[in-house]
Design a protein around this ligand. Structure first.
Ligand code: MG
Length: 275
């Protein structure tokens, strides 16, 4: 393999100042509580935008290399091409993960629901590889959609974002509805891609969040989130809104989304981190 953790290419320095996140400040203008939330606005370096605003400027496209990293010796391997024994159905708790096995990978199966790890994790480093469908179908959020959820709550979007216009806070690598990736380093449909995610869980005291969740994410070795704090949950409420923080336990499963598109996954490993 050509790349390793030391070789992850950092494309952020110049772009960081120009980019659209890291400065995401949520202003809940016109928001009348979670249930009544209709439109949420974010103040960014590029202006004031609605959550999931199609007119928000999309990140620059950066081409990544073709190689991916191997699991380090101290990682918990969640999938190495063998079977899905470390995973279960999220829809039918405790039942086997109902997704399709392929040669060294597995694939989402429409309408079977999310799958999740049996083991739970809090702050962690996660490596995961995915491929959106080689047969290109759909558009925007309907094109190669899946997602990687930390603690079953905080989504790093998986999407075919190779020549696919969508709202930038929902494109591939977005912290869904919360943060636009620094650049678009997506490979072509059908090609294997990788995420290397450094996640720190939120800390709650009673009903209050005393430390927000944070993400650093490399997409195909390119930095797309540089220690970005989430201002709340990534859950979808409606077209222009996402969920607020809700206190939860210190550890949760890593989940993968069934969004109806046949997305493939392979080579998944995790290393627990100090909070
Ligand atoms: Mg998704």
């Amino acid at each position: 393999m050509r790349t390793n953790s030391c070789g992850l290419r950092v494309a952020s320095c110049v772009l960081k100042g120009l980019a659209l996140m890291g400065v995401v400040v949520t202003a809940l203008a016109g928001c009348a509580g979670e249930q009544g939330a209709k439109r949420q606005w974010v103040e960014t370096d590029s202006g004031r935008w609605l959550v999931h605003d199609m007119n928000r400027p999309a990140p620059a496209v950066v081409w990544a290399g073709d190689e991916v990293a191997e699991a380090p010796s101290d990682a918990v391997v969640l999938f190495d091409g063998g079977d899905l024994s470390k995973w279960e159905s999220a829809k039918r708790k405790g039942r086997p993960a109902p997704w399709k096995m392929g040669d060294g990978y597995f694939e989402t199966v429409k309408d079977t629901g999310y799958i999740r790890t049996k083991e739970k994790f809090g702050s962690c480093q996660l490596h995961i590889e995915f491929a959106t469908p080689a047969k290109v179908e759909g558009r925007s959020q309907g094109k190669g959609n899946s997602g990687v959820f930390l603690m079953e709550r905080y989504e790093v979007q998986v999407l075919d974002s190779y020549n696919n216009r969508t709202y930038p806070d929902g494109q591939c690598g977005a912290l869904y509805g919360r943060a636009v990736p620094l650049v678009n380093s997506s490979r072509k449909p059908g090609q294997w891609q990788s995420y290397d995610i450094i996640f720190h869980r939120p800390v709650f005291k009673g009903n209050k969040v005393v430390r927000k969740a944070s993400f650093t994410v490399f997409h195909n070795g390119v930095l797309i989130h540089d220690n970005v704090e989430l201002d709340g949950g990534t859950g979808w409420i409606n077209e222009h809104a996402v969920t607020s923080y809700k206190p939860h336990e210190d550890k949760g499963a890593i989940a993968l989304q069934d969004h109806g598109n046949p997305v493939r996954y392979r080579n998944i490993w995790v290393r627990e981190l100090e909070d």
